[in-house]
Design a protein around this ligand. Structure first.
Ligand code: HEC
Length: 153
């Protein structure tokens, strides 16, 4: 009787052990075949990379599909700071003067917990002033040098 109990105990232990090994094996295999996405581990590193200045000047002036913004000096600083709470497309949709952007940043700092941008604020404002300025008025320009003629009654 005692022997039987001992055998059962051993068997249960063996089963637990093999379950553990099995689970471990599944995880290892899943990792090996990239079934588990560990890229979040690099998220912090990437945030730092994003702050680096844009190197590829060849792309300046083209559209950055990822952000909806024009590729130019300071774009990555804008993306890193202005895409944290809302989409950068919200930025791209707005067209303001430098003063307008400055005021908006102050408003977000006062009411939306936007952080102090430090030296990057000037970089961001330079970028926005150049690439997100109000478009020239949609109305056509007034006519100039028109040669008016008298209407004959
Ligand atoms: C800490 C969070 C946060 C960060 C970072 C942030 N914003 Fe905002 N921003 C907000 C919130 C909240 C709103 C309001 C969103 C809404 O109305 O849905 C907003 C709204 C806006 C709007 C829309 C304003 C309007 O009139 O509708 C623009 C444009 C904008 N932000 C630009 C920027 C720019 C440029 C930066 C980078 C300098 C930036 N945001 C960074 C929180 C943030």
């Amino acid at each position: 009787m005692k022997d039987l109990e001992e055998i059962l105990k051993q068997m249960r232990r063996l089963m637990r052990l093999s379950l553990g090994i099995g689970a471990l094996l599944v995880v290892v295999l899943a990792l090996k075949f990239n079934l588990i996405d560990l890229s979040f581990l690099h998220a912090l590193d990437e945030a730092e990379v994003v702050q680096a200045p844009v190197a590829d000047t060849a792309l300046y002036g083209t559209l950055d599909e990822q952000s909806g913004l024009i590729v130019d000096k300071g774009l990555n600083v804008v993306k890193a700071n202005c895409g944290a709470c809302h989409s950068t497309f919200l930025v791209a949709q707005n067209r303001l003067t430098r003063q307008g952007w400055q005021d908006l940043i102050k408003w977000m700092q006062a009411t939306q917990n936007l952080w102090d941008l430090g030296e990057q604020e000037a970089v961001i404002l330079d970028y926005l002033e150049k690439n997100c300025a109000p478009k020239s008025s949609g109305r056509r320009k007034s006519l100039a040098n028109v040669e008016w003629y008298e209407l004959n009654e």
